[in-house]
Design a protein around this ligand. Structure first.
Ligand code: AMP
Length: 246
């Protein structure tokens, strides 16, 4: 595996599968790398902690970063190129062009994190234009993100296929997330009520946690999605409701 820092270092031959990430890899990321590996000639993983998708007072500065470990895990999972661009490569001086997926980007996560999906959609379109993948891989863990990006790709006729892979969970049911690293042992125990409440379709099980939302949404597939705060850590998760009456 090689590390590319600039667009000029990206491959220009072969059918590419792209996995956009912000690093701090766990088995959720690795499942996307493996899926991309199985379906494409070349696998590019991008590693970019995107300031535009963080709000003021969020965790941009303390977001976990360990490029050396990430590079090793990506190589082991079959990634060919780790694209870890500098800020200027994504946001050149004078940058002022944004992608807004208006309605889908404004509800649930978008309501609680204004501008978040504008940042996500913009960085993903930029990555698609730089890497030119045939397919791009995302996790169902971020169901609304997948829905927003599918909408963007349809609306703007972006020539990429969006592939969405199931949420990977720890043995205790907690969805893997780079942000789980923030949790103390006690907070981690408290956080388990998030997957339990979703699984039981019972908001009351979130008793004691600060709840941003616990709502159904038709993100194709329909999901029950929730966001909670455990101490200073904000966690999101969802379950697919396909086949259940609405
Ligand atoms: P992130 O690095 O957190 O931006 O995530 C990069 C990609 O990995 C996104 O498409 C996420 O939806 C996906 N992802 C994160 N956590 C999980 C998980 N537990 N299971 C499956 N995919 C995940």
């Amino acid at each position: 595996m090689r590390i590319a820092r600039a667009a000029a270092e990206l491959p220009r031959e072969g059918e590419i599968g792209l996995v956009p990430t912000m690093g701090a890899f766990h088995d959720g990321h690795l499942s996307l790398f493996r899926a991309a590996r199985a379906e494409n000639e070349l696998v590019v993983a991008s590693l970019f902690v995107n300031p535009a998708q963080f709000g003021a007072g969020e965790d941009l500065e303390r977001y976990p970063r360990d490029e050396e470990r990430d590079a090793r895990l990506a190589a082991e999972a079959g990634v060919d190129v780790l694209f870890a661009p500098a800020q200027d490569e994504i946001y050149p001086p004078g940058f002022q062009t944004w992608v807004e997926v208006e309605q889908l980007g404004a509800i649930l996560e978008g309501g609680h994190r204004p501008g978040h999906f504008r940042g996500v959609a913009t960085v993903c379109l930029k990555l698609f234009n730089l890497v030119r993948p045939r397919r791009a891989y995302f996790g169902q863990k971020d169901a609304q993100q997948a829905a927003v990006l599918k909408r963007m790709v349809r609306d703007l006729a972006v020539p990429v296929e969006i592939r969405v892979l199931p949420t990977v969970r720890d043995v205790d049911g907690l969805a893997l997330s780079s942000r789980n690293a923030y949790l103390s042992p006690g907070e981690r125990e408290a956080a388990l009520s998030l997957p339990r409440a979703l699984e039981a379709r019972d908001r009351a099980l979130l008793n004691g946690l600060e709840v941003d939302y616990f709502e159904e949404a038709d993100f194709e597939p329909r999901v029950l999605a929730a966001a909670v705060r455990v101490g200073n850590t904000r966690l999101i998760d969802n379950v697919v409701l396909e086949g259940e009456p609405s």
